[in-house]
Design a protein around this ligand. Structure first.
Ligand SMILES: [Zn+2]
Length: 240
């Protein structure tokens, strides 16, 4: 029955990427150097957290979206209406009285963490970061309240209440966390998938490890931060 709801689409793309193997970095091997950690480390932490749980109090769903780096375009990106279709399926399977209002309310009443990296302060390019507001490698999972460029243009900006709720959750679960912006105003900036979910009224917050040399062939992350990211996502999935 479920299979008949919608025909399954299958896609495959062939991509050429740097063949450099992941390496331990630093005197104490505390960091990982590898290609494409933005956003494979977030997808890894998310999947690892989902594989850890056997049941959850609330319905927990992990989405893995394609095309984030080109602006979430295309029918496999977060800009597509996939979210609505997915919620429609879940509601239809659980209740006979499906309507547009139930769909909208279900999405609006959901909460999400947008698993994406933040730009950690790079000591070699200090002038493009704000020392007081930037994420630091090895200082835990980074909460990014707002994204965007030239201030908050094109941003997703989480509510103070939702940020407070996640901070409390992390504190209660002994998760080392920090906050971060995406570089200096007019120098840095960026976006994630968060704003496409926020459009529905859903509470969503960007949250993930800081990274050095973002979008280069050899990005650097902290093992401790990736571990805290996994723990952070796990605490969110288990949230009651
Ligand atoms: Zn990126």
């Amino acid at each position: 029955m479920q299979e008949k709801l919608r025909q399954t689409k299958k896609y495959a793309e062939f991509e050429a990427v740097p063949a450099i193997k992941a390496k331990d970095i630093g005197f104490d091997r505390s960091m990982i150097g590898a290609y494409g950690q933005d956003d494979r480390i977030c997808a890894f932490a998310e999947l690892k957290a989902f594989l850890k749980i056997t049941n959850s109090y609330k319905t927990a769903v992990g989405f893995f979206f394609d095309k984030e780096e080109i602006g979430s375009e295309g029918n496999s990106g977060a800009k597509s209406k996939f979210l609505e279709s997915f919620f429609s399926d879940i509601i239809s399977l659980n209740s006979k009285s499906f309507n547009e209002k139930i769909l909208r309310d279900s999405i609006m009443n959901s909460m999400a963490l947008s698993a994406d990296v933040n730009a950690a302060i790079d000591p070699n390019f200090k002038d493009v970061y704000e020392k007081m507001n930037g994420a630091k490698l090895g200082h835990g999972i980074c909460i990014t309240k707002f994204t965007g460029a030239r201030g908050k243009s094109g941003a997703s900006d989480a509510s103070a209440e939702f940020v407070g709720m996640i901070r409390k959750l992390f504190n209660e679960n002994n998760i080392v966390w920090q906050t971060g912006e995406l570089g200096k105003v007019d120098q840095g900036g960026g976006g994630t998938i968060a704003k496409y979910f926020a459009e529905y009224g859903m509470d969503i917050l960007d949250c993930g490890p800081g990274i050095l040399s973002m979008h280069s062939p050899f990005e650097i992350s902290s093992k401790a931060d990736v571990y805290m990211t996994y723990k952070g996502y796990l605490s969110f999935i288990k949230f009651r």
